[in-house]
Design a protein around this ligand. Structure first.
Ligand code: ATP
Ligand code: MG
Length: 560
């Protein structure tokens, strides 16, 4: 991972200045997910920014669950989020924190505001409150309950807490300005009644603070120096600041906003991703087609490829749509540089080497790492590949007749070199009743491995192969785009209408035996085929399962 992560973004510049001016000795940032779904690629941008700043400036970054909507949240999501942050390569400072850790303090703050005359219990029905709120063109009206006495407010709020009222019967609101041009300042709700259990606090509370009454105060309690969030919170900043001004908080953090990451062909909203899961469009949050961090992990994305992508796109003050080809480029270049190579034949065609003994068996030792990596690091990774009289090559590498169009193909009278192996020449072939070639007979021409043979041997090309007797059958899950529209949720249409019905095909392949023993989650370049990852959950030595991570080259047809 690059240690220069995020140096050049505008938030880093602000931090740099604040440290240089002595405003802070140390910075503290936080990543504050709501545990109402799994993290997606958009969150990765926020994680890389927040944790990256802490790393770059020797500061701290907290992981704080913003858990004020218990009915939508769960322990499953909390566990998955922690795992994803770690997997991306980051570790939060201290224990995991929860906004709910501060519910007692927030309650005290609410009482403080009631006593200060800046909060009141409002008993408008939700639909009435909506009407009183006005809209962008129309100022709101004061609630008839706005002038309740401090004593009455204290009593009602205490009774709200004691569970004497039903959901929605009363709410605690800040007394700010019903005519404000900023809707968030029109006497925003601070607490509402919800008779639901909370995953952290159990049945202790039946009133819960609203996000806006929680976030800034939690930042202040944790003495966050730079509270970095996405642009949609810009309009909330006046309220964030207002609470900090009007409460006895231990610090006054500042909020900075940056542009959300959106990707074409992708939805990045937990709510929409949840719909795909709930309606069984995918197998779960970590389905390899999902833009969730766990889905990308299962697809074969490496943490470095995601971090590099986040660095490539940078951090700006405006929203924009990033081409998914950039994400794929980051992935492909990481894999091209680092993924071990191996051989798998997807459409097997048997080749019998007729001048070889029936029981011929040879272990060929081959290098798995790409040359560039060996050159850069000096590392090597050898494996053995069994070579036998009968092998499989891909059907596509053989032609019944030579033609200029298929110059590099194997065909009767022509030679090819087996990757890491010998040169062979095709002599004849056998067809089935359907007219398909089912077997090619060939003779071994060279007996020296590796180096290209002398000029007079003239192989047409190099093909990958697998021993017919020692190869292992594997399941390949080949993925295409889950959504086949460039902007699936931005045209006013339901993104569910853009689901690609052909986003998954399951095929089989014959793979070299070393691949059966691959550890789950290891990614390989199947030579001449693409990058594949041993499935995190389903891959075993007896039933190898690989997911297509990405093709070897950018497929233009996918982005059209
Ligand atoms: P979603 O709409 O998917 O639920 P969210 O913003 O509600 O996203 P949170 O759990 O509240 O999700 O987000 C935690 C942090 O991640 C917030 O600071 C948020 O700004 C940031 N974040 C969420 N989505 C993106 C995105 N697409 N790009 C960059 N940052 C994001
Ligand atoms: Mg949210």
């Amino acid at each position: 991972m690059s240690e220069t992560n995020n140096v050049n973004n505008f938030v880093a510049k602000i931090v740099e200045e604040d440290l240089a001016n002595g405003k802070f000795d140390k910075i503290i940032t936080r990543f504050p997910p709501e545990p109402n779904g799994y993290l997606h690629v958009g969150h990765a941008k926020s994680i890389c920014l927040n944790f990256g700043l802490a790393k770059q400036f020797n500061g701290e970054c907290h992981l704080r669950f913003d858990d004020t909507n218990p009915e939508k949240e769960s322990q499953e999501y909390i566990d998955a989020i922690k795992e994803d942050v770690n997997w991306l390569g980051f570790q939060w400072t201290g224990d995991v924190r929860f906004s709910s850790d501060y519910f007692d303090t927030l309650y005290e703050y609410a009482i403080y505001m009631i006593k200060a005359g800046t909060a009141y219990v409002c008993s408008l029905k939700p639909e009435q409150a909506e009407e009183y709120k006005g809209d962008f063109n129309k100022p709101g009206k004061n609630s008839p309950y706005r002038d309740r006495s401090v004593a009455e407010n204290l009593e009602l709020f205490e009774r709200m807490r004691a569970g004497e009222f039903k959901d929605g019967e009363h709410a605690l609101r800040a007394k700010i300005d019903m005519a404000s041009g900023n809707m968030n300042m029109r006497d925003p709700i601070m607490y509402r009644i919800r008779h639901v259990e909370h995953h952290q606090t159990g049945d202790k509370w039946c009133i819960y603070p609203i996000y806006d009454f929680t976030h800034g105060q939690s930042d202040a309690i944790e003495k966050i120096t730079h509270s970095v969030c996405t642009l949609e919170f810009e309009d909330h900043r006046p309220l964030y600041d207002w609470y900090l001004e009007n409460l006895p908080v231990p610090a006054k953090p500042r909020q900075y906003e940056f542009g959300r990451l959106s990707l074409n062909y992708t939805v990045t909203s937990k709510r929409k991703l949840k719909k795909l899961v709930d309606e069984n469009v995918v197998s779960g949050w970590d389905d390899p087609r999902m833009p969730t961090i766990s889905g990308m992990r299962r697809r074969g994305y490496t943490p470095a490829s995601i971090r590099n992508f986040c660095e490539m796109i940078g951090v700006s003050r405006s929203d924009g749509v990033v081409d998914i080809a950039m994400l794929e480029h980051a992935l492909r270049s990481d894999l091209n540089n680092n993924a071990p190579r191996a051989m798998a034949v997807i459409n097997p065609l048997k080749v019998v080497i007729t001048n070889m003994a029936d029981d011929h068996y040879e272990d060929i030792t081959v290098e798995s790492l790409p040359d560039s990596l060996i050159e850069a690091t000096g590392d090597t990774l050898k494996r053995t590949v069994p070579f036998t009289k009968e092998i499989f090559i891909d059907q596509d590498d053989f032609k019944e007749e030579y033609s200029k169009k298929f110059k590099k193909k194997f065909c009767p009278g022509k030679r090819i070199r087996l990757r890491n192996g010998y040169v062979i020449e095709a002599t004849d072939f056998i067809k089935n009743d359907a007219g398909e070639v089912t077997q090619v007979n060939a003779t071994q021409i060279t007996t020296v491995l590796g180096e290209d043979p002398a000029d007079d041997v003239k192989p047409k090309g190099v093909v990958h192969w697998v021993s017919a007797s020692h190869g292992v059958e594997a399941e390949l899950r080949v993925y295409g785009r889950l959504l086949n529209h460039e902007s699936p949720d931005r045209g006013g249409e339901d993104f569910m209408t853009h689901i690609n019905p052909e986003s998954l095909s399951v095929i089989s392949a014959i793979v070299e035996p070393s691949l059966a023993n691959a550890s789950p989650e290891s990614v390989f370049q199947f030579e001449r085929e693409g990058y594949y990852v041993a499935d995190r959950y389903d891959h075993t030595a007896t039933k190898p399962v690989f997911n297509l991570t990405i093709g070897l080259r950018e497929d233009k047809s996918l982005s059209q």
